[in-house]
Design a protein around this ligand. Sequence first.
Ligand SMILES: [Zn+2]
Length: 43
Amino acid sequence: MAVWKCAECGNVVEARCKPGKCQACGAAKDRLIKDESAGKKKA
Ligand SMILES: [Zn+2]
């Protein structure tokens, strides 16, 4: 499961595939950035 963060509103969405758009503000999918740090445990 990947985590996508909206660059427009900061909304975070968990989804296997990139969402078509931000569910919070409706920003286009190119505004959604994959959050690589999510799901990894910090040392
Ligand atoms: Zn958004």
